[in-house]
Each structure stands twice: as C-alpha cells, then as structure tokens.
Design a protein around this ligand. Structure first.
Ligand code: FCB
Length: 485
C-alpha cells in the first residue's frame, strides 16, 4: 500500500487497514468525470494586485540534519529508522535535501523564482527537543537565520508551526490521542511567538491534521504507524484543540500578521445514485470534521460511526473527549484559512473512495482542476467569510517525462491557477497560491520516489537544478497572470 491509497479508503473497509486497494484498479466513471461547461478565456487571466504567489516545503522533508545541534528525535525519525518497509525506497529524512546547511542557496532560488512568500515549517523537536521543557537555542538560531535571510530578500514568511514531526517523547507519552499533547503544543507555540512574534508573517498552526490522524493513527501508513480508529478520532480532536489554543496564544502575544490552520480538503462525489448517504459520510470524514469545528464551533454528527463511509470509531468515546469549552477554543477567530488542494474522489456504495479521474504518479491524487473551483465556491457558500490561501497545490514528476522537462506539471499548475482566477472572479476571497514544492524532497512513506519540486534535487550530490516549470511559474508571477496554453 502506498501513502494515500489508504487515505482513499473510508469506513469499515479502511478499518481493516492493509489490503484496501481502494483507488487501485478502478476505472473512471462516466457519471462524475464530466466537464464543467467552463473553458478558460483566450486572454491571460489576471490576478488581483497583491495576490501572493508562493512556494512551500516542510522541515522534515527538506532539512536533514536530523540530530544536529541538539535536535531531538521526532516520530518520523523513529518511523523511517525502523525499516520494516515503512518507506517505499527504504530511505529516511536524515539528510534529505540538506536544507539545514544549504538554506541560503534555497532562499536564492526563491528570489530567482520571484515569489512574494515562502511557506516552510518549524521542526518542533529542533526547537524543543523533548516536546516539553528546555528550549534548544541552536534550533531557534537556525530559524532566525532563515527568517533574516527571507527578510533580506524581501520574501514574506508563511510559518507552519507543525508539519507532522511530533517529538518522539510526546508520542511515547501517548501522542496526539492524548489530550496533554495539545497543551504541550500550546507551550511550544508560546516559545515560538516569544522568539519570532515581532516578524510580520502568515502563521499556520498545524498542517493537515486529517492526514496525520488517519495515516498516522488509523491506517498506520505514516508515523507513528498506529492502526486504531479510536486513536485517530482522538488525534483529530486534540490537534484541533492544539490549533485553537495556539490561535489564542497568538492573540495573547499580540503577534504580527495573521494565523489559521492548513486543511487538506477533498470534494467527493457519488459514483452511484444510491451512494448519497455514503458520500455525505465521506464528506464529513474528509472535510466537515475539520471545517465545521474551526469555522462554526460544532462537529458534524455523521463523521464517526460504523455506517459505510464513516470513521469507524466509537461516537460516545469521541463525544467524551470533547470537554466543555473545547469547541469554543477550536473556533477562536482565525485570520485566514489555509487550504491544500490535491484533487477529488468518487464514493461508492461501500463508502469507499474510488478513482473517477486520472491520477498523478501519486495514486492518491486524482487530478481535477475544476474541483478546486467547486471547493472554493463551497467554502464561500457554507462558511463565514474568511480570507483563503491555497497553501499547497502540486504534482509529482510524471515518470514518463524527463524530470527537468516537466510539461505535465506546467499543465497541472496552469489549469489550477485558471480555476483559482475563476473563483476570485466569482467572489471567493482567495488571496494567494503556494506551489508544493519548492524543491524535491522526502515524500513521507514514498521516500524519494515522488518528486514534487519546481527544482530538481540530486540526492547524491545535493545539486539543485530548476525544472522547466520553475521558469514557467516565474513568468506567471512576474505578469501576475496565467496565460492559456
Ligand atoms: C501533502 C503534505 C505535504 C506533501 C504533499 C505532497 O499532503 O502536506 O507534506 O507531502 O502532500
């Protein structure tokens, strides 16, 4: 099983863990793979003045230096070092792209690209090696150098506080299924705001709590490799609580800039007229279980349970985790919503997510650019108005193409930028778009077999070489417009 084939499964099937070939072997269905009746105009589509173009990365995926300068181990160090077939190519992030040492070179690449902003994450165990107590000044110093380097180049930071690399000692104490981890996170956020709160930045609390909860605690395909739906449900609540506590700390510190979560959202569609209920359940598991508490202060009632498409945890146990006041904390007002968009999925009668569109090299990624428009319009319709940033959007190298002549990535980005422009025209408060990723990196359970970068990295020599998409994207940024093919 690869990474998100498992995320593709839902409900009872997923509870059985491995052996769920949800996305594999299915053919696109006529019912949903239709066009939307919209075509991009012949003239370039312009973006509003001040629209933020960016590129994104995360600490564990690029930094390397896994035990340098006092850094403590994270669950990803443990998971990748364990072997046991956890990572497709048996690799680790020990060195990755060695960004810890080559950071200034990478910032030069950003400058060359012309981006207005750079999204990266802070490694919690680099800053606080055991996840509680003592601070590692050398860890803070590294990020200070990085932030200064961005400032010198006129690039605005978009700082993710947490992108999955939980300090191992906190996992040993129970990890995200334990409520205490949310409090530890709020303490860590306090340290970071104390150190960097005077920098004008976009702040992102947690990256994709869904992926960590489901892949990490339900399917076991990601660190920490646990397979227990109740643990996954608890990990959802405690990550959201950590998010809310962090938003409160942000306000209390009077930090500059604005803050929000990063949610990966997936429009889902029934592949059968009789699969409506199943699709609603999957929508709850994939989307509203995260959107509703953050933006409305409530949990959907149909996400957890044993019906097809639900997260098969015990609803009473979940309800007991939600203490008085938690939802108010989780719904603390945010300054913006970060959305990671990688595509859509169909839902069948079993409540399983199935393939309805062509996938990229990553078999969990069903490419469907109009889905981005649909998603943004849904956010506009169903939720209160909050500025939106697309905090990730991208595609791995097409294995049929020479990695440097990545015209498939250009086609992908073009079509998604067009749908973003379309949504802005339709009144969606979308303010920026970050391409995943700036450079090739350690793609979690896929190791180095999937390359999402605008810049190729030779992992033997660490040499960086911009791909064709890099130049294409630089041109979009310069013109603040996306031209038709
Ligand atoms: C997202 C992750 C990011 C990267 C991309 C491909 O789910 O947030 O780290 O792995 O997928």
């Amino acid at each position: 099983m690869t990474r998100r084939q498992l995320l593709g499964a839902a409900g009872a099937l997923a509870a059985s863990g491995f052996g769920v070939g949800a996305l594999a072997g299915c053919t696109p269905t006529q019912a949903t793979a239709t066009h939307t009746g919209w075509a991009p105009p012949a003239a370039p589509m312009k973006f509003p003045k001040g629209y933020v173009w960016g590129a994104a990365t995360s600490a564990y995926q690029i930094e390397g230096a896994w035990n340098a300068d006092g850094k403590g181990p994270s669950i990803w160090d443990t998971f990748s070092h364990a072997g046991e077939g956890h990572i497709a190519d048996g690799s680790t992030g020990d060195v990755a792209a060695d960004h810890y040492h080559l950071w200034s070179h990478d910032l030069d690449l950003l400058k060359r690209l012309g981006v207005g902003a750079y999204r990266f994450s802070l490694s919690w165990p680099r800053i606080q090696p055991t996840g509680s107590g003592a601070v590692n000044q050398k860890g803070l110093d590294f990020y200070k150098r990085l932030l200064d380097g961005l400032g010198e180049r006129g690039i605005r930071p978009a700082i993710t506080l947490f992108h999955w690399d939980l300090p191992q000692p906190l996992q040993d104490a129970g990890g995200w299924p334990s409520r205490d981890t949310a409090n530890r996170f709020a303490d860590y956020a306090d340290i970071v705001f104390g150190a960097f709160g005077d920098i004008d930045a976009e702040w992102l609390t947690l990256n994709e709590p869904k992926t960590l909860a489901y892949n990490g605690y339900w399917y076991g395909s990601h660190a920490p490799g646990i397979m227990d739906p109740n643990a996954a449900a608890a990990a959802v609540h405690h990550q959201l609580l950590a998010h809310g506590l962090t938003v409160q700390a942000f306000t209390a510190h009077g930090v500059k800039g604005r803050i929000g979560p990063v949610l990966n959202l997936t429009p889902v569609k029934p592949t059968d007229a009789a699969a409506k209920e199943q699709t609603k359940n999957v929508d709850a598991v994939q989307n509203t279980l995260f959107l509703d508490p953050v933006l409305k202060g409530v949990y959907p009632t149909n996400a957890i349970g044993t019906a097809n498409g639900q997260l098969p945890a015990d609803p009473d146990r979940f309800a007991a985790l939600v203490k008085d006041g938690d939802l108010k904390i989780i719904a603390s007002p945010i300054g913006m919503l970060g959305v990671n968009y990688y595509g859509v999925a169909g839902v069948d009668l079993n409540g399983t997510m199935v393939k309805i569109h062509k996938t990229s090299t990553a078999d969990w990624e069903q490419i469907w650019a109009p889905g981005l428009y649909e998603l943004l319009m849904r956010l506009k319709k169903d939720y209160k108005k909050v500025p939106i940033l697309i905090t990730e959007n991208g595609v791995p190298d097409d294995l049929m193409q020479n990695g440097l002549k990545d015209t498939a990535r250009i086609d992908y980005l073009r079509s998604h930028f067009q749908q973003a422009a379309r949504a802005i025209e339709a009144g969606v408060p979308l303010q920026g778009h970050y391409v995943w990723a700036l450079i090739d990196n350690f793609e979690w359970a896929e190791g180095y077999t999937e390359r999402f970068g605008l810049v190729n990295v030779n992992f033997d020599t660490l040499k960086r070489t911009p791909k064709k998409s890099f130049g294409w994207y630089a041109d979009v940024i310069e013109k603040n417009a996306v031209a038709p093919k």
